[in-house]
Design a protein around this ligand. Structure first.
Ligand code: FES
Length: 288
């Protein structure tokens, strides 16, 4: 019941969320596509895990402490905590913007609402800090503002949870894929007249219920899962250069030899498969 009410409330914001999201996404997408190293640092490719998820816990905990310190009458400690909380919120916002730059559709709408709430809360905290610094003791408006800001922050955190847990943004698209050690017959979508896999370009192939992308290098056949770990793009539609395949959707790059992600926005490696010739002809494969 309550969740239906909240979903309706969030959807009711689409009138301003969609145009604002189109503008904000366009801006951030351009910015981060010019600075892929910065984007990779902020999304967490180096960590193999989204950095935003790690950073968001800090401001929420720290800024809750501001309320506690106000209640027990510790204005100086509250001010210091507020400064640390605002700085940690800005760090989390930076990482969040890098994630946001490669969202689409409904996840982007929710992420727009989430980001707007979080930045609004941070703005209210800044005003509260200014009011506190302007007087010797924390005034009632300053304390009241930080309480209101925490409510906005909590609403933003709820919407952020929706972005990840309901819409699966930045969730590994292979989270539930089993490893499996069984060799299974591989069925390439294309073969040459003499029955070989075409060389030097990505070829789609079926492996049981999975779809793979193959690249043949002489006698060696390299194989990755075709579904991009970032947001489900089809790697077989991407460009191949120097043993690295680029997803056509948001341009993550994966090493064909082992699936290692060499450029974001994916922070996850791609499942890799070993391929061998099958007795009696054809090929078979299994996950590494
Ligand atoms: S789906 Fe986003 S980079 Fe592949």
């Amino acid at each position: 019941m309550i969740v239906q009410f909240l979903v309706r409330l969030m959807d009711a914001q689409d009138g301003w969320v969609k145009p604002f999201g189109t503008w904000a996404h366009g801006l951030l997408n351009r910015l981060f596509s010019w600075t892929p190293a910065v984007r990779d640092l902020l999304v967490g490719r180096w960590l193999g895990h989204p950095v935003h998820a790690v950073l968001t816990d800090a401001p929420i905990g720290i800024l809750f402490l501001v309320i506690v310190l106000d209640v027990v009458g510790q204005p100086v400690a509250a001010e210091i905590t507020l400064v640390v909380g605002i700085l940690s919120a800005l760090a989390a916002a930076l990482a969040g913007m890098a994630d946001y730059a490669d969202t689409d559709g409904k996840p982007r709408d929710r992420a727009t609402l989430h980001g707007t709430l979080m930045l609004s809360a941070t703005g209210l905290y800044v005003v509260s800090l200014v009011l506190r610094l302007a007087s010797d003791t924390a005034s009632a408006p300053a304390i009241g503002l930080s309480v209101v800001a925490f409510l906005v922050l909590s609403a933003g955190a709820y919407v952020g949870g929706d972005v990840v847990y309901v819409f699966g943004n930045m969730v590994n698209h292979h989270a539930f894929r089993g490893a499996g050690t069984k060799w299974i017959a591989l069925e390439p979508a294309e073969t040459t007249d003499d029955g070989a896999i075409p060389e030097g370009r990505p070829i789609k192939a079926k492996l049981g219920i999975n779809t793979l992308v193959l690249v043949r290098e002489g006698e060696r056949i390299l194989a990755l899962h075709d579904t991009c770990a970032h947001a489900g793009g089809s790697l077989s539609g991407g460009q191949l250069a120097e043993g690295v395949i680029e997803c056509p959707l948001h341009f993550s790059r994966f090493r064909m030899a082992d699936g290692h992600v060499v450029r974001g926005p994916s922070v996850y490696d791609q499942p890799a498969y070993e391929v061998r010739a099958r007795e009696g002809g054809g090929w078979e494969a299994r996950r590494r």
